[in-house]
Design a protein around this ligand. Sequence first.
Ligand SMILES: C[S@@+](CC[C@H](N)C(=O)[O-])C[C@H]1O[C@@H](n2cnc3c(N)ncnc32)[C@H](O)[C@@H]1O
Length: 388
Amino acid sequence: MKPAGPDKFMELLREAVATGSLVKLTLGKPDGRDPTLRNLFVRPVQLKSGPRLAFVWRYATRDVTKNHESAEAIRVIEPLVGSDFQDAHLFTTTGSAQLETGGRAPRLRVTGGARAGAGPAANDRVKSRPIEPGSAWLRSLGITDQAGRPMTAMADKYRQIQKFGEILGHLIGQAPLPHDRKLHLYDMGCGKGYLTFAASELLGGRALVRGVEARPDLVDFCNKVAAEQGISDRLGFCVGTIAETEAGDADILVALHACDTATDDALAKGVSAGAALLVVAPCCQKEVRPQILPPPVLNSALRHGIFVERQAEFVTDALRAQLLEWAGYSVKVMEFISTEHTAKNTMITAVRNGSRGDEAVARSIRDLAAFYGVRRHTLARHLGFDLQ
Ligand SMILES: C[S@@+](CC[C@H](N)C(=O)[O-])C[C@H]1O[C@@H](n2cnc3c(N)ncnc32)[C@H](O)[C@@H]1O
């Protein structure tokens, strides 16, 4: 009989699979019987034949991917937990659980909605960390120290990376992504590559991840780190502008904090590629502000510049969200990370659903644009949508 920790962990996993709340399962610290085996990653995926759990077995020089139906997946995982692998980490949409069996007694730490049945003591809580804190790239990018703790000055960035990992992991489980070939993910305006590396870690060998960045020094730096980590075969960075980048094979397109209309250029690339998943966090929305011509009822209120600024941000992003709906996507707008940590905190996510050109959505886009006097919006132009 297994000790209580692994049993309880399996109970949580079964519940997460049964309720559809599973985001990711990671098994680590293998027992060394196969010296080349590193980790096992398990995620829910939606195939034409129905929902499955995708297993990625990560070895020193290759990844092996296999899909299982849920009951079979549980049968495969159960003997591994607390035996072939000493560490197990479960992420659900509402919490996480971590099992460590390397010491004398198994240690199970549970947080949030991953708790099933009688919960553990409050001091057992751990934070949800979809990105492994000990990942070498986090150290190379100056985010964590040798012990995998966030550097004080990078604590906000670390939080952002983990939140991004949590959101992306969840969306990957929902988007209609293909499973018969490698995925292509583009991170447009990737900067120092924090989120590009995170995306690559989440997807492992399942995806070819490309960061696009205008600054050659950042591209060189990121390519150097990817080479040091031995992952250049699946993660690469190139110099270029978003508008000029060929991304016709994009399955997932990410653009976080790309300035002004660069976000629209990125979204348009994703839509024209038919990407299954788009994730953007817009910043400095300048295009719409000078166009704002509010109805008389708002004239007095909008004497104040800060209100005009906020209205312009709202109108820009609300039009983006609706244009994506019109283009055949299910759209969500959310707070990316609390304003306490960054002012650029709105995230728009879009999962392709295929029903393009809804007339009611088109009318509501034109009504909103007309209400504020907006005649030009870069995403509308890219999508061939007439705002008037
Ligand atoms: C604020 S940083 C964000 C970096 C990264 N996406 C993140 O969130 O950590 C914006 C980056 O986008 C790049 N950038 C802005 N506009 C761009 C464009 N049109 N084409 C390519 N890169 C662009 C900038 O050079 C900068 O490195």
